[in-house]
Design a protein around this ligand. Structure first.
Ligand code: APR
Length: 255
């Protein structure tokens, strides 16, 4: 852990991907049963796809929104929210658009890829609650329009789009300054988000990877929990609560 932070409370960043919501019944993107196995992201998750066929893209996100709304946070989300009670400075940085962390009680969540609970006008930027538009979509022959005439789109970050700058900057600063970085349920293949794992490791943080499978960045982890997040995280949080890590003491030995 960062010797340089020995004089302050431990700072923890929890970085999550689709795998943390898998046990809530939400599909991941890659791997077995991943969305991109059945759908081509170039035809559904890019600005060009939306320009080409806004109704098709809109309907796909509405079906995902309905699925997210009908799902509940799982033991992994709840464990992360619990950890915040012991480590109030804990920050969740998520690639997920499902707001499961907030629904589980996490109060400090940075959404790198936006969220599916809101829609915004692609002309004037006006943002509204997705729920207000969902029923319209089903019957209409076109995707919903804003009062300004622009098209409403889900408030998510599509491939080829920039991440929200201030959000990413805060995530990067926190990754570079944390003592413990826990990467949960991400394939660590999509940048710039995956770069946060590298930044944390390079900055001297202890890195724990929680993932059922190996990832291209597993080698950066001081500790690997190769099991479902819903099983690994409650146990890891018990351990961190019972025996809180102190600045300067490596976590690697805790195998
Ligand atoms: N517990 C822990 N890990 C799991 C579980 C589980 N129950 N189920 C799956 N995983 C792991 C998989 O092994 C995989 O490494 O979660 C990872 C999910 O990877 P992806 O589907 O690639 O999801 P993610 O890393 O979040 O994708 C990044 O890509 O498609 C874009 O914008 C989208 O935010 C997304 C980004």
């Amino acid at each position: 852990m960062n010797e340089r932070h020995a004089d302050r409370p431990v700072r923890i960043v929890v970085f999550t991907g689709a795998g943390v919501s898998a046990e809530s019944g939400l599909a991941t993107f890659r791997g077995v049963g991943g969305l991109w196995a059945d759908f081509d992201p170039a035809t559904l998750a890019t600005p060009a796809a939306f320009a080409r066929d806004p109704k098709r893209v809109w309907d796909w996100y509405v079906s995902r929104y309905v699925g997210v709304r009908a799902s509940e946070p799982n033991a992994a989300h709840r464990a992360i929210a619990r950890l915040e009670r012991t480590f109030p400075s804990l920050l969740v940085v998520t690639q997920n658009i499902d707001r499961m962390h907030q629904r589980a009680g996490s109060s400090k969540v940075l959404e790198l890829h936006g969220n599916i609970w809101n829609a915004r006008c692609n002309a004037c930027g006006r943002e509204v609650d997705m729920a207000t538009l969902v029923d319209i979509a089903d019957s209409a022959s076109d995707s919903p329009r804003c009062g300004c005439g622009g098209r409403m789109r889900p408030s998510v970050v599509w491939f080829g789009e920039r991440l929200p700058e201030a959000v990413f900057e805060e995530a990067a600063e926190s990754a570079a300054d944390c003592d413990l970085f826990i990467a949960v349920g991400t394939s660590a293949t999509v940048y710039p988000a995956a770069g946060l794992i590298e930044l944390a490791a390079r900055s001297g943080a202890d890195v724990i990877e929680v993932n059922r499978e190996e990832t291209p960045l597993s080698h950066l982890a001081d500790r690997v929990l190769r099991e479902p997040a819903g099983e690994a995280l409650p146990r890891l949080v018990d351990e961190l609560e019972l025996d809180p890590p102190t600045a300067g003491a490596s976590l690697a030995k805790r195998e």
